[in-house]
Design a protein around this ligand. Structure first.
Ligand SMILES: [Zn+2]
Length: 183
């Protein structure tokens, strides 16, 4: 894997563009990575619903528990599936719509200056070994490509929107992740 900074792409990830993106504000470096967890329906893995949601192909003909998501305009830069496959939806230099109302160290609007990575999962089912491996590798590459991202600026969605969000959940092993990044 490698980050192509000029194109904002992770080589090694399938690129499936999302319409839910726009420009980052001018002159604002990428300085944060936000880790999320998602599965649709929650707790069911391996389907196409998450990609459909992020690509604007999420139709009303979903199971009733998902029908409310039709018309929701969200995306992320990267999605790491349970089996380690990587999908990129938005180029890194563009703004993906993953954080929502958020702030990090008092600075609001995290989408402006962050990269969003979704892990396929839930708050309560352990993430897979290969997902940790991929997330660690990708984080290292992103820190190298975007030097304003340091290891302590890789946080959970729960950290930047604590009143609204719990992902990636208590099962996510931050200690293990941070230790791996430090060595
Ligand atoms: Zn999230």
């Amino acid at each position: 894997m490698k980050v192509d900074v000029a194109r904002g792409r992770l080589r090694g990830a399938a690129f499936r563009p999302s319409p839910f993106r726009d420009r980052r504000p001018a002159g604002v470096p990428i300085s944060l990575v936000v880790v999320h967890g998602i599965s649709l329906p929650p707790g069911r893995f391996g389907g196409t619903a998450v990609e459909g949601l992020f690509r604007g192909r999420f139709l009303a003909r979903q199971p009733p528990d998902l029908a409310d998501l039709a018309g929701v305009r969200v995306s992320a830069h990267l999605f790491i599936r349970r089996d380690g496959r990587l999908v990129q939806f938005v180029a890194f230099h563009q703004r993906a719509w993953h954080a929502g109302v958020s702030s990090f160290q008092g600075r609001p609007g995290c989408n402006d200056y962050s990269i969003g990575i979704e892990l396929e999962g839930t708050d309560s089912v352990p993430y897979t070994e290969i997902q940790y491996e991929r997330l660690i590798s990708v984080s290292r590459l992103l820190m190298r490509a975007y030097p304003a991202v340091s290891a302590d600026r890789i946080v959970g969605h729960c950290d930047i929107a604590p009143s609204r969000k719990t992902d990636p959940g208590a099962v996510f092993e931050w200690g293990r992740f941070r230790h791996a990044l430090a060595v």
